[in-house]
Design a protein. Sequence first.
Length: 445
Amino acid sequence: MKNSVISTLLALVWISVADPTSRPLERDGLATPRRVMSRESRSSHVIPMRKHLVSSSALHPAVLRRTTTPVNLKNMYDVYYSIDIQVGNQTVSVSVDTGSSDTWMVQDPYECVSFWFDPRNPDGTRDCGLGTGFNGSLSGGIVPGLPPFYRAYVDGTFVRGFYGVDDVTIGGITARGQRLALVNLTYWYGDGQTSGLLGMAYPYLTSLDGAEQNQPPYDPVFTTMWKSGAIDPVFSIALSRNEDQGGGGSGLQKESYLALGGLPPVEIDESTWASTAIHGMNSVPQWGFETDERGMYIIKPEAFVLEKGGSGPDAGEEILKNTTQIPILIDVGATLSYLPKGLVNQLYAAFDPPAQYLSSRGLFYALCNSTVPRFGVQIGASTFYMAPEDLLRQTARDPTGEWCRVGVTDTDSPPHVLGVSFLTNVVAVFDVGKSEMRFAAREHY
Ligand SMILES: *[C@@H]1O[C@H](CO)[C@@H](O)[C@H](O)[C@H]1NC(C)=O
Ligand SMILES: *[C@@H]1O[C@H](CO)[C@@H](O)[C@H](O)[C@H]1NC(C)=O
Ligand SMILES: *[C@@H]1O[C@H](CO)[C@@H](O)[C@H](O)[C@H]1NC(C)=O
Ligand SMILES: *[C@@H]1O[C@H](CO)[C@@H](O)[C@H](O)[C@H]1NC(C)=O
Ligand SMILES: *[C@@H]1O[C@H](CO)[C@@H](O)[C@H](O)[C@H]1NC(C)=O
């Protein structure tokens, strides 16, 4: 979630934690269908997702400055995935978020405001880094009688606008008469490649709108699609880890996919399929919700496993296995994964040499050539290990170039999150119909 939901929830529950953030993602996949899935079928509505890397120098200085605060760094917004959607007869590029439910885009002309002094733009004008906005009005008009659309995200960004109605088409499936928001006032920092956000979470979150946060919920795009009968109530995501090397039609490009109604066309290890329930909003006690209604993709993994890395005689030896089940959000909108401090400290210590906190970055880094431990999340009977490339991202270096960012960071404040650094290792199936998530390990990957 870019934070979205989290931000909404933070606003609800913890008010006032200032931190920058954002999220990340990465992925990778082979577009070589190999065999038919035994458990479920490939979707015929597959949408390739573009992977974006935002260099930290593109981030607003205020954001960088805030990331140096030692506490509550929630996210690094440097990796995200986007798709094109059709709204009416216009094509709009949006980033995909499983941690929020609204779909919005900017409408031209919109106002970009800055809350912080930006030395690069001393006269106060600035570019929010959003792409071309929606031109004109939505064909279904404005929804009358609603308060303005407003979302504030944990990283300090916000969007404000109004709700309208139009047909939204993704991968050949159309959500007719879909409610969505046009934004005309925002503080944002993007890379200019997207103009909005596609929220893939449940209707419940849309009710947390407005000052009272008790608006009647509405059906988000994905809900409208499956309720129409056009697809089964399931979608899945495969994120590529590496950049598309421009395989020139070799069929072996690393792709990321959003698949509506079924599975994406990537190879998986079928022996690793695992399923686990999606829990309601009251599963995170700190949020204070009484309802067990589902709002986000919250699961409770069976265990976290840490093992020695390297190729020595003790490689693979178990350092710890923690079977305390905690609620965790599955969030394509988060670059890193956010897990409990005690666990993450042990992970940092298991790097050789150990990872260190870089106060200039506000996160833990390890020497890029250090030995990376094995770290896995057990779901059902399967343990999904994070690849060394995800645990220590060679492309996210400090200015000396010697330290690489660890893909897991700690937080003792919920929500805990499995973000892109986890999701690049699996295919994740979001089965709203069965209220469960399924995962399988990627193959040849
Ligand atoms: C917006 O649409 C109008 C009318 O369809 C067209 O004249 C105008 O050039 C469009 N603007 C942009 C920026 O595409
Ligand atoms: C696109 O849709 C709008 C609103 O329905 C309409 O006014 C406009 O003529 C359409 N433009 C094209 C090129 O079809
Ligand atoms: C945004 O749109 C709303 C609703 O049409 C309008 O009241 C408001 O003045 C607009 N704000 C800006 C900055 O254009
Ligand atoms: C296991 O994890 C839980 C939740 O993070 C923590 O409270 C507990 O102390 C951990 N147990 C061990 C033995 O580390
Ligand atoms: C690892 O990198 C550090 C800093 O770049 C360097 O000083 C050290 O010699 C390297 N260690 C090995 C084993 O290559």
